[in-house]
Design a binder for this molecule. Structure first.
Ligand code: ADP
Ligand code: MG
Ligand code: MG
Length: 517
């Protein structure tokens, strides 16, 4: 039996070579036909081969939807609105965020610079009180055979408050697997009948677009008769462009279409201006026709979450330019900082901080608080507090470190240090910098077996699945009122169980969908 394969090896069924080729053919064509696509990696298609950038390829996907416990799926979906509310409250709590930021400012220049932008705008006075959050809370299934009462259950990997991606592709993956369940799976030698699969609805694209639309509509109510738009702030080049395009098309082809423009982060200052009015409207000048100007109602960040987008001081001026404008930001700097891993650690480490920080934000809803707390796994500070010093001992111990992952305050994948690599990494890092990390217990989900199609090649074996639930939330920073709060669909990402990181864009993981069991 292959590692990770379920004892009952009937799912996914063993495939003959001819069967896997047939499924591959279906996936290849369905994916291209429906936009379950990415731009090809440079290693596969060089600019000499594709000088005009017209090539696209299939996104990595699993051949079958992975089995996922229904109780865990329901649990993750049902707490999303409470999570939205929690992070909206954190984003409103400047003094809490300040206390977090102060601890790491001196050794994390990126966080320090974000905070400086916030302070500058605060000094001048924020003009826009509304904030939009398009969040994604990520989990893995935790199984404790000694505790069947509370298991399986979900444990949170992280909470994303900026550039939460794949909402445009995850729905396509759900649809691909639904299509395979009527086209190919019933025809296998070991057939799966169409009715046998419980494939939940996924609404990620529409739901995220509805969140953007709500923010847009709220803005335009106070700006009637103006030519308003939404800006998608993007990296350039962007391999994951179609994920973003699906959201854009959803907004543009609606019965009341919203103009959406893609703006590379590096071109903010050349293509937008902030009006010299008390309102500081953000104006977008269409590069193809500079006479066409739009007032920007919403700026949706799909860039700007990491230092790579800020190569020089101009980039920081650009971030300030957006932040001080009247556009509704998704996210604001404060919302971005609320998603710092350090915040997650502080929320999850109640024992060292009495009363629990969760109480500060959720005292009014004790049952939500309890539900959220259940999703936490052990996360330790890595500073010089007693809990931090204990964590340091743990991380430096060549045996005990095997159960942990060390995380900096970064997003986008590829930044963490895992297991036995931790001690050597720490030794290479000045001790003064250690406090900008957090130490988290590794979640080990029960073994699942699947096949992944990546760059035309099928990989098979044990896999690890990570469920993400999207949330859309709009709140008023001044009145503290949440005026929109919805759960917004799901994402399942799957990686080989030998790989530590699971990011699809980072090249490690694959798109998947849930078969509820
Ligand atoms: P990022 O913000 O860069 O996505 P994450 O915290 O999501 O950072 O970590 C990246 C990846 O590392 C996750 O997608 C997951 O595959 C793996 N990972 C992170 N934390 C854990 C954990 N506690 N247990 C198991 N895997 C983890
Ligand atoms: Mg993240
Ligand atoms: Mg992540």
């Amino acid at each position: 039996m292959a590692p990770g394969q379920a004892p009952d090896d009937s799912y996914p069924p063993a495939l003959t070579i001819a069967e896997s080729e047939q499924i591959l053919l279906t996936i290849k064509d369905w994916s291209i036909a429906h936009g379950l696509t990415v731009r090809p990696p440079l290693a596969l298609v060089s600019p000499e081969v594709d000088p005009h950038g017209v090539f696209a390829t299939t996104a990595p996907v699993t051949l079958f939807p992975s089995p996922f416990p229904r109780v865990c799926f329901d649990q993750a979906k049902s707490i999303q609105k409470a999570y939205n509310q929690l992070y909206a409250s954190i984003a409103q709590d400047e003094s809490f965020l300040e206390s977090i930021v102060q601890e790491i400012l001196a050794v994390d220049e990126f966080i320090a610079k974000l905070w400086q932008v916030h302070l500058k705008v605060k000094e001048e006075g924020y003009v826009q009180n509304l904030s939009l959050g398009l969040f994604r809370s990520d989990y893995m299934v935790h199984q404790d055979d000694d505790d069947p009462e509370t298991s399986p259950a979900i444990k949170q990997v992280e909470f994303n408050t900026i550039a939460s991606s794949f909402g445009g592709l995850s729905i396509k993956t759900s649809n691909l697997h639904k299509f395979l369940s009527i086209s190919d799976y019933p025809l296998l030698e070991k057939p799966i009948s169409t009715n046998a699969m419980d494939l939940p609805e996924n609404t990620s694209t529409q739901s995220l677009a509805t969140g953007l639309r709500f923010a847009f509509d709220t803005y335009t109510k106070s700006a009637p008769n103006r030519n308003c738009c939404i800006i998608f702030l993007v990296q350039d080049p962007e391999r994951n462009i179609f994920d973003q395009r699906h959201l854009e098309y959803e907004l543009r082809t609606h019965k009341t279409p919203v103009p959406v423009f893609r703006l590379p982060f590096a071109q903010i200052l050349s293509q937008t201006t902030v009006a010299s009015t008390p309102k500081r409207e953000l104006l977008y000048h269409l590069p193809s026709n500079p006479k066409q100007t739009f007032e920007v109602a919403v700026v949706y960040f799909r860039a700007g979450y990491g230092p790579q987008d800020y190569p020089d001081t101009t980039a920081w001026q650009a971030r300030l330019h957006i932040e001080r404008s009247n556009a509704i930001k998704c996210p604001t700097i404060l919302t971005q900082l609320a998603g710092a891993k350090k915040v997650q650690q502080v929320l999850a480490t109640p024992k060292s901080l009495e009363p629990s920080m969760l109480n500060r934000f959720m005292a009014a809803s004790p049952s939500d608080l309890e539900d959220i707390q259940k999703t936490f796994t052990n996360i330790f500070p890595f500073d010089s507090s007693p809990a931090g010093l204990d964590a340091r001992k743990l991380a430096l111990d060549p045996n005990r470190c095997k159960g942990y992952v060390l995380k900096p305050q970064r997003e986008g994948g590829g930044n963490n240090v895992y297991r036995t690599a931790i001690p050597t990494f720490l030794q290479s890092l000045p001790e003064t910098h250690w406090k900008s990390y957090i130490l988290m217990e590794i979640i080990t989900p029960p073994p699942v077996y699947n096949l992944i199609l990546r760059n035309g090649v099928i990989e098979r074996g044990g896999v690890i699945c990570e469920l993400g639930v999207y949330g859309a939330c709009v709140w008023d920073q001044k009145t503290k009122e949440v005026i929109y709060n919805e759960e917004a669909g799901y994402l399942l990402r799957t990686k080989g169980d030998k790989s530590e990181e699971g990011g699809v864009a980072a090249g490690f993981g694959a798109m998947d969908s849930c078969r509820l069991v």
